[in-house]
Design a protein around this ligand. Structure first.
Ligand SMILES: [Zn+2]
Length: 556
């Protein structure tokens, strides 16, 4: 009896079944890769039964219920903690030399270690340890002087050695925090941020190996081991988050910090950043936390927001209906817009962690100094510097600092510029909309940063009008030609010479005696008509400021 339950817990029964099936010499034509021991017991996901059907509304009822939900909502507070998995951008895997590469043919980057074959020995990837420590420094964590790796025992087809190498009681980083910047909130929520300047505290960051990826076909499941063994950080927050919008802001800020640190591309579509949420609700006056429910494997930041909003409403409705919540794991179905029950607490795992005998504990002091030198300037630091150094507005500084590539582009363009503010305007308005319209990224921008300064200088010095500059900008973006060449080719130079403008103005005054009379009789607006005539006569080349001055003088 004891033996049987031990076997079950340790996944040993599963291991026996693996042995039975490994000698299958057939190839899975659908999958094309080597035969994996798991194809016999394909796990085809079936939709779990709905435990608590959420309130479904017909359109006519929506309005009333929406307002009552709002009322109910205001009586409750939500408590949210996140567990975020981040793939590191190392060249090779965590415990072997296989390449970390996304999008290759299945099972191209595998070896006995990452396939979990018996007897294969892991060798630590030092760069992964450094990147995790760097993440810890960026997020103000305490870096452990000594960390170690443990075996987390469980059975699942995507982890054939029946344990995952992870960190249990001695993780690489503890504590720390992530500040939520205003711009990290969803756009529609930026005007009503509940806790501006909030920082979400972290519990820990540990390092582990990613598992393989399952592909479910009609009658079989294929396993791609390219992902198996990719260095994976797990970042665990304190339950500090109080709304779906704060969760959104946390993930956006975290992603930004990871990209700034160069430790991960954090592309959620590629599974480089994945998130589990723990969420509970309680009445405002109660001090005891509500029943915690976990939502697994969310793969977009907006999905996290939607899933949490749905789940918070669902939990409130269950409680308001006199029901009781039980501790359980759910998953988010983005098409249905609902969370669905996966399993209840009874099936919770006992992972029986123990130190991995193949890996020695690691002293971090050996590489910590080097990692400290790699600390980048962080978005929130850059924002402050942009305010001080370039005299930008709060908003402009924040938007630029928000994006590492965009801010680098701006800094090259603004270097030595007379008015960095003009450069910021071009980058944030003209350039961003041109990029968006053409579907290009800043890295593919056809205008070299230094050329943008040339254009801004021409406007600042009055050589071309800002209207002409728009034309020039569009052509620069389309052709990549320097501003000066385009101005030359199009004969666009703005006329600022007062003598030339005096003759234009005199001509217009002579041709429009009625307007001149009206102006002299006190109708101040009449001068605008005359100004327009001068601009027309100059084919838009006259400097409008000089025209105004000259006209005013001549009409005195
Ligand atoms: Zn390998």
């Amino acid at each position: 009896m004891v033996e049987e339950s031990f076997c079950k817990k340790a996944g040993l029964l599963g291991r026996l079944r693996v042995k039975e099936t490994t000698n299958d010499g057939a190839r899975d034509s659908e999958f094309g890769g080597p035969v994996t021991p798991t194809r016999r017991y394909a796990v085809t996901p079936t939709r779990p039964p709905k435990a608590q059907t959420p309130l479904r509304l017909v359109a006519a009822e929506c309005k009333n219920v929406a307002s009552s939900v709002l009322q109910m909502k205001s009586d409750y507070v939500a408590t949210i903690g996140l567990e975020v998995h981040v793939q590191l951008k190392t060249k090779s895997k965590m415990f072997c030399g296989c390449a970390v590469q996304y999008g290759s043919e299945p099972n191209m980057h595998v070896c006995p270690v990452c396939l979990g074959l018996p007897g294969a020995l892991p060798v630590m990837n030092l760069e992964a340890l450094k990147m995790t420590a760097l993440t810890g420094l960026i997020l103000k964590c305490d870096i452990a002087p000594v960390c170690k790796f443990d075996r987390k025992n469980y059975f699942y087809p995507d982890m054939p050695k029946n344990y995952q190498i992870s960190q249990y009681d001695l993780p690489l980083c503890r504590n720390g925090e992530t500040p939520l910047s205003d711009l990290a909130y969803p756009k529609d929520a930026q005007k009503s941020i509940q806790n501006p300047g909030k920082k979400v505290r972290l519990v820990r960051i540990h390092l582990e190996e990613d598992v393989a990826k399952s592909f479910h076909f009609e009658s079989a499941t294929g396993i791609d081991f390219n992902r198996a063994g990719t260095p994976l950080m797990e970042i665990v927050t304190q339950p500090d988050i109080e709304s779906p919008e704060e969760a959104f802001a946390f993930l956006t800020s975290l992603k930004q910090a990871l990209i700034y640190g160069g430790v991960s591309d954090a592309d959620m579509e590629k599974g480089q950043l994945r998130c589990d949420c723990n969420v509970s609700v309680r009445r405002k006056l109660e001090t005891e936390l509500g029943t915690k429910i976990e939502i697994k494997n969310l793969n977009s930041i907006s999905g996290v927001r939607r899933a949490l909003a749905f789940e918070i409403d669902r939990q409130i409705q269950v409680l308001e209906g006199g029901g009781k919540l039980q501790q359980e794991t759910r998953r988010w179905d983005d098409d249905l817009g609902e969370t669905l029950l996966m399993r209840t607490k009874e099936s919770a795992h006992d992972y029986r962690y123990f130190p991995d005998p193949d890996l020695l504990p690691v002293r971090t002091e050996r590489f910590l100094e080097e990692v400290r030198n790699r600390l980048p300037e962080l978005p929130w630091e850059k924002r402050e510097r942009f305010l001080a150094e370039y005299g930008l507005s709060d908003y402009d500084a924040a938007v630029l600092a928000d994006n590492q590539e965009l801010s680098a582009y701006f800094e090259i363009a603004a270097k030595g510029a007379r008015k960095p503010k003009t450069i910021a305007n071009y980058v944030l308005n003209d350039l961003l909309s041109a990029l968006a319209a053409s579907g290009k990224t800043i890295a593919e921008c056809p205008i070299p940063a230094a050329q943008l300064d040339q254009l801004a200088t021409m406007v600042d010095e009055g050589k071309i009008s800002s209207k002409q500059a728009k034309e020039v900008f569009a052509e620069m973006f389309a052709t990549g030609k320097p501003a000066a060449t385009i101005v030359e080719e199009r004969g666009l130079k703005q006329e600022s010479d007062p003598d030339a403008i005096v003759s234009l103005c005199s001509e217009v005054i002579a041709a429009n005696p009625k307007s001149v009379e009206a102006y002299k009789a006190g109708k101040a607006a009449a001068i605008n008509f005359l100004k327009g005539q001068v601009m027309k006569l100059s084919k838009g080349k006259a400097n409008p400021n000089v025209v105004s001055e000259v006209l005013a003088k001549l009409l005195q």
